[in-house]
Write a protein that binds this ligand. Structure first.
Ligand code: AGP
Length: 613
């Protein structure tokens, strides 16, 4: 979604902002702009399209000044044109604003302002906000106070950042509800702000996360945070440890490719320090899981969106199998609209890479209101989903920049596996010998993942067979049924091929009607308790002329004869097999998208962090 960067200090603001916006490109955007304040004048440059266009414009028409704000826009109201791009100036050009979120009541506000004679330059909801702020300045109100009272007039989750020509020594940021986050970076005689850490990480590691309802006033040598009542608060300062280099592409062509290959390392980091391989015991201290809670819990609801929800579906089988705790998976964008039955004996576990997905945050809030114990599995350290949960597990994936989630899918699978072991241990459903065996299986996993990655050339060959198709079907069963959903999601989001995942057993209840000669059907058919059933599914596809691409276990002769193409993986215990079966399907989507000339890291219409409903 929209990216925001701000700077105030002694350096030239423009390169810092443009560089920060570049680091936020992965979030997805369709126009960009920046505003710099100097000698009481605000200068704005905006462009539709990619950031390079804005950079070209700025080279031709430079901006001087030490205070500025920038924005990459993901269109919600009005097309991605230059005039709808942010920043937006007020009618008297005294205030300039960037915005992330949706002003739900913008039409009624806009109509009221028009009735008072206001004229708008854009179709955006954001311009309405800058009009409201500037109207108060006209009445003698200072910027911070004007923003606070404007906030009170807006409905929805919104993050706003503004500067005022009459108060050139400050930038003011406010956050309402579960809007995209605002992170404040503390420097020496300079301050930064951004919608996400990578934008400013090269400048400072001391960061404050602005909480919903709070406001920050940044001056060159101070950062003052106040709560929704206007009282100044001591917001905690977090030392961000991850390396800025981790958010770079390095020698890889795309972030997605790099992140797929980082999985061995990410899986290792996920396991290290959490599993004792001599006893098989697991520790997840940030979860605040007590033996009392483990025994009292009657059920768990796992929630999340997209890939995160697919991880939850795998987690359901892990937890039910090892801890005998009933688990339901509820899509986060639906959760709060379904009058969910959760109470103090329910654990609601939210999974989110970004920790700022608006729907997931809303599900967390709904669950907390109903008295549930709320946990989260998050990748972004310090994100809202981590902070508001009663307990959390961090994914240890490192920054994930590619819009298509890869390592932030496989690492939570391992988190869920460890959680299932811990719950099983505490609930008395997991004998010590089995616990130890599970831990030993886990120890071998990063190596096995490495061996799947080594087989990338076999995936490239299969990608060629798929590159011209318009439709694809993915089938899986049992613990690999969610991998069919995930494989299809990966392919559709980056290659734009229509792909659907189905539980294999559902085929004959409808989808088999779609199978015709040449239709690619990707069957996840590894050696596990569902193997025989999958083989007969493969036969049914073949009988109708479908092109079978199987994900199968090394040495499976029967599959070698049946399938048109096979993506081989090494033998792996069934509970961990989704970690391995997901990897060739990530690579397949990547290589098909490359062959089709698609923008792999920034697919059309998509954003990395979906901070609006
Ligand atoms: C994954 O490839 C997708 N881009 C998307 O489904 C994503 O997983 C979803 O939007 C949830 O994001 P989150 O994990 O940051 O909450």
């Amino acid at each position: 979604m929209c990216g925001i960067v701000g700077y105030i200090g002694g350096q030239a603001a423009t390169p810092i902002i443009l560089n920060g916006l570049h680091r936020l490109e992965y979030r997805g955007y369709d126009s960009a702009g920046l505003a710099v304040l100097q000698n009481g004048t605000i200068t704005v440059r905006r462009e539709a399209g990619k950031l390079e266009r804005l950079q070209t414009l700025v080279r031709a028409q430079p901006l001087q000044g030490n205070t500025g704000i920038g924005h990459t826009r993901w269109a919600t109201h009005g097309e991605p044109t230059q005039r709808n791009a942010h920043p937006h100036l007020g009618p008297r050009q005294r205030v300039v604003l960037v915005h992330n979120g949706i002003v739900e009541n913008f039409l009624e506000l806009r109509t009221a302002l028009q009735a008072q004679g206001a004229h708008f330059q854009s179709e955006t909801d954001s311009e309405v906000v800058v009009h409201l702020i500037e109207a108060q300045l006209e009445a003698g109100v200072a910027l911070a106070a004007a923003m606070r009272s404007t906030m009170a007039q807006l409905r929805g989750a919104n993050a706003l950042v503004a500067m005022c020509a009459d108060e050139p020594d400050k930038i003011v940021a406010v956050r309402m509800g579960n809007s995209g986050g605002i992170v404040l970076g503390l420097g020496q005689d300079e301050m930064f702000l951004a919608s996400d850490i990578p934008a400013i990480l090269e400048h400072t590691r001391q960061m404050i996360f602005l909480e919903p309802g709070c406001m920050a006033v940044l001056e060159r040598s101070s950062c003052t945070v106040s709560d929704s009542a206007g009282a100044i608060i001591q917001a905690p300062v977090h030392a961000i440890t991850y390396d800025a280099a981790a958010a770079e592409k390095g020698n890889y062509a795309h972030f997605m490719q790099k992140e797929i290959h980082e999985q061995v390392h990410a899986l290792t980091n996920t396991i290290i320090g959490r599993v004792d391989f001599t006893s098989g015991r697991v520790q997840l201290p940030d979860l605040n899981l007590t033996p009392e809670l483990a025994r009292r819990a009657k059920r768990m609801v796992i929630t999340g969106c997209g890939t995160a929800a697919h991880a939850g579906m795998v987690g359901k089988l892990m937890i039910e199998s090892l801890a005998r705790l009933p688990v339901e998976v509820s899509i986060a964008s639906e959760f709060r609209y379904t009058d969910p039955i959760v109470d103090r004996d329910t654990i609601v576990l939210a999974i989110s890479q970004s920790g700022e997905t608006a729907d997931t945050l809303a599900a967390i809030a709904e669950a907390a209101t109903r008295g549930a114990v709320v946990w989260s599995i998050v990748n972004a350290i310090g994100s809202q989903a981590m902070r508001v949960a009663h307990g959390h597990i961090t994914m240890q994936s490192g920054p994930e920049i590619g819009v298509a989630s890869t390592k932030a899918f496989t690492t939570p699978l391992v988190d869920l596996y460890m959680l299932a072991m811990l719950l099983g241990d505490l609930r008395g459903t997991l004998p010590a010998a089995q616990r130890l065996a599970l831990a030993q299986d886990l120890a071998r996993l990063p190596d096995l993942a490495g061996s799947v990655l080594d087989r990338e050339p076999q995936v490239q060959a299969v990608a060629q067979a798929l590159q011209h198709t318009s439709h694809c079907m993915y089938l899986g069963r049992g613990i690999n049924m969610p991998i069919a959903y995930e494989g299809a999601l990966k392919l559709k989001e980056i290659s734009y091929i229509h792909a659907e995942g189905y539980p294999a057993g559902e085929m004959k209840h409808g989808p088999i009607a779609l199978v015709e000669p040449g239709l690619p059907v990707i069957c996840i058919a590894v050696r596990d308790q569902w193997h025989e059933k999958m083989l007969s599914q493969v036969e049914q596809v073949r009988a109708r002329g479908g092109m079978v691409v199987a994900v199968a276990t090394d040495g499976d002769e029967r599959m070698a004869q049946l399938a048109d193409h096979v993506l081989w993986i090494p033998p792996v215990p069934w509970l961990l097999s989704p970690v391995l079966t997901a990897i060739p399907l990530q690579l397949l989507a990547y290589h098909v998208a490359l062959l089709r000339g698609c923008d792999v890291d920034q697919p059309r219409n998509l954003a990395k962090s979906v901070t609006v409903e």
